[in-house]
Write a protein that binds this ligand. Sequence first.
Ligand SMILES: [Zn+2]
Length: 69
Amino acid sequence: MTTRALPPITTLTEAQQRGWACVWCQAGLGISLGVDLGEQRVRPADGAAYSWFPRQCPDTAACEQREAT
Ligand SMILES: [Zn+2]
Protein backbone atom coordinates (compact mmCIF):
# COMPACT_ATOMS: atom_id res chain seq x y z
CA MET A 1 0.00 0.00 0.00
CA THR A 2 1.46 3.34 -1.00
CA THR A 3 1.27 6.29 1.29
CA ARG A 4 0.05 9.40 -0.41
CA ALA A 5 0.68 12.93 0.77
CA LEU A 6 -2.51 14.24 2.31
CA PRO A 7 -4.26 17.14 0.60
CA PRO A 8 -4.02 20.53 2.34
CA ILE A 9 -6.61 20.70 5.10
CA THR A 10 -7.93 23.99 3.75
CA THR A 11 -9.21 22.13 0.68
CA LEU A 12 -11.18 19.59 2.71
CA THR A 13 -14.75 19.64 3.95
CA GLU A 14 -15.53 19.57 7.66
CA ALA A 15 -16.65 15.95 7.30
CA GLN A 16 -13.31 15.04 5.75
CA GLN A 17 -11.40 16.87 8.48
CA ARG A 18 -13.33 15.00 11.15
CA GLY A 19 -12.85 11.59 9.57
CA TRP A 20 -16.54 11.19 8.70
CA ALA A 21 -15.73 11.15 5.00
CA CYS A 22 -12.82 9.88 2.93
CA VAL A 23 -10.05 12.48 2.42
CA TRP A 24 -9.72 11.46 -1.22
CA CYS A 25 -13.18 10.81 -2.68
CA GLN A 26 -15.45 12.33 0.02
CA ALA A 27 -17.41 9.09 0.39
CA GLY A 28 -19.10 8.86 3.77
CA LEU A 29 -17.42 6.47 6.19
CA GLY A 30 -19.49 4.71 8.83
CA ILE A 31 -18.42 4.17 12.41
CA SER A 32 -15.44 1.78 12.47
CA LEU A 33 -15.29 1.83 8.69
CA GLY A 34 -12.50 3.55 6.86
CA VAL A 35 -8.77 3.38 7.37
CA ASP A 36 -7.35 5.67 10.03
CA LEU A 37 -4.45 7.66 8.59
CA GLY A 38 -3.30 8.84 11.98
CA GLU A 39 -3.49 12.09 13.87
CA GLN A 40 -2.31 15.08 11.87
CA ARG A 41 -1.17 18.34 13.41
CA VAL A 42 -1.74 21.59 11.60
CA ARG A 43 -0.59 25.04 12.58
CA PRO A 44 -2.57 27.69 10.71
CA ALA A 45 -0.90 31.02 10.02
CA ASP A 46 -3.67 32.86 11.86
CA GLY A 47 -4.62 30.59 14.73
CA ALA A 48 -3.76 27.95 17.27
CA ALA A 49 -2.41 24.55 16.28
CA TYR A 50 -4.90 21.70 16.30
CA SER A 51 -5.23 18.04 15.38
CA TRP A 52 -7.32 16.39 12.72
CA PHE A 53 -7.96 12.77 11.98
CA PRO A 54 -8.13 11.84 8.30
CA ARG A 55 -9.56 8.53 7.17
CA GLN A 56 -9.78 6.89 3.78
CA CYS A 57 -11.88 4.16 2.18
CA PRO A 58 -10.86 0.57 2.93
CA ASP A 59 -11.31 -0.21 -0.77
CA THR A 60 -8.58 1.95 -2.32
CA ALA A 61 -9.31 0.84 -5.91
CA ALA A 62 -12.96 1.89 -5.65
CA CYS A 63 -11.87 5.05 -3.87
CA GLU A 64 -9.49 6.08 -6.64
CA GLN A 65 -12.21 5.43 -9.19
CA ARG A 66 -14.63 7.68 -7.29
CA GLU A 67 -11.96 10.34 -6.89
CA ALA A 68 -11.28 10.32 -10.64
CA THR A 69 -14.91 10.90 -11.61
ZN1 LIG B 1 -12.38 7.27 -0.70
